[in-house]
Unconditional design. Structure first.
Length: 147
């Protein structure tokens, strides 16, 4: 049974905070949800203002989140670590300690979505609304799969 999920993207200011916010809203207190980044250059920062604006419009509040970098303890603290793209997944596999108990997977395929393969990074594309729609769809499927 999955009782905790960590969503991971590159900097933890766009995709993974949005996924954390959506999944927290959908699952409620029955599931422990956090997010992190593979890089630490945004450590302590709030989510990107554009991510906050998109999520707020749909009823999710991610304003209290603070970016953090993945930590070796995360690989035993969480049951499931979901990467927003395959590059993030490769980085996680490289840093995964040998004592890891968490299952690692790419978010969209694990949620049963085959296209697109990865969650596009809206920091580069500017399409926060489209990315949020994709995350909402994947989170709903993920919830049905694990809860």
């Amino acid at each position: 049974m999955t009782s905790s999920i960590l969503f991971v993207c590159l900097g933890n200011i766009c995709r993974s905070p949005m996924a954390e916010g959506v999944m927290r809203h959908l699952a409620g207190p029955s599931l422990h949800v956090e997010s992190a980044g593979t890089g630490g250059w945004h450590k302590g920062d709030s989510p990107d203002p554009r991510a906050q604006a998109a999520t707020t419009l749909r009823g999710y509040d991610i304003s209290a989140q603070q970016a953090r970098q993945i930590h070796p303890d995360d690989f035993t603290r969480f049951d499931l670590i979901l990467a927003m793209d395959h590059s993030n997944l490769a980085d996680l596999r490289v840093s995964q300690p040998s004592a890891s108990t968490a299952k690692l997977a790419a978010f969209l395929p694990y949620a049963g979505l085959t296209q697109p393969r990865d969650v596009p990074d809206p920091w580069y594309t500017g399409d926060f609304e489209g990315v949020l729609t994709l995350i909402e769809t994947a989170c709903a499927r993920l919830k049905a799969h694990i809860i």
